[in-house]
Design a protein around this ligand. Sequence first.
Ligand code: ASP
Length: 325
Amino acid sequence: MKHILLIATGGTIASRHTAEGLAPRITPEELLSYVPDAASFCSIDTVQPINLDSTNIRPEHWLLLANLIEENYHRYDGFVICHGTDTLAYTASALSYLIQRTSKPIVLTGAQRSIDEDTTDAKVNLLDALRFACSGKSGVCIVFGSHVIAGTRARKSRTKSYNAFTSLNFPDLASVHESRVVRYIPYEPQGEPVFYHKLNTRVFLLKLTPGMDPAAFEAAGKLCDGLIIESYGMGGIPDVYLEELDKLIRQGKTVIMATQVPQEGSDLSVYQVGKHVKDRYHLLETYDMTLESTVTKLMWAMGQSSDPQEIRKLFCATVNYDMLF
Ligand code: ASP
């Protein structure tokens, strides 16, 4: 029988109604009491390092989770993390960079309704996540609403419906229906797992809106070592910001161009408004990556090195299916 570590971190799945609104109150043991069938296919230990609405999750919590998994890696066949849905895609992305080449499943799940509600999706999601964690080799992924999504590809695309997550620009890895796991993409990690212990959190995501004050570039530059510009369409920089962009690049900031459009990704080489900055500065761009992955990958890459060339190399290497380009 497979041995799984259930890591509870809070979120709706573990919340109760309080006078102040929904808040995480349910212990991991109580969570398991709602899914007695799990005992028929795995043995489970539990730990609750934090108990938060995921709105309050910060990069130090990603490092804490990665360390917890590293310390327990050889004791378990897989890990299931119960997590709030709001920032679940960020945590899944961050763990994809902090724990690479894992052959043991690291599965994140959550729910749109608390596990103690009659109409909850939590029991199915938790059972599916445990089932997937017992089903063989896998990397960091999300199991939610029957979908198994690569940790770097998820977006919370619905605030209320049960199918809250979408895999952006990449197919689902697998699906789970009752006790059946159907894998669409084989997973064969090469070599031993690698754990990383550092993030540089001085990353800022600047979303362009028509007419935005150019001073926003200078303000963002003061807050960060790495700036992600969330531009329009395939990507471009409005002329009024070129001077500010130039200053940031001369200050040695890593600048990455991304797009506000969730599907199909950027391509700066298509339009003059993108091509001239790409050619002039060899700007990095996100192509088909999600913004959640872009933010966490840049934190990870800048955590490993402060050399711009090395950051560029780390950012451009595919990790856990995060970019196809
Ligand atoms: N606010 C909750 C959280 O992210 C939402 C959820 O879990 O669905 O913790």
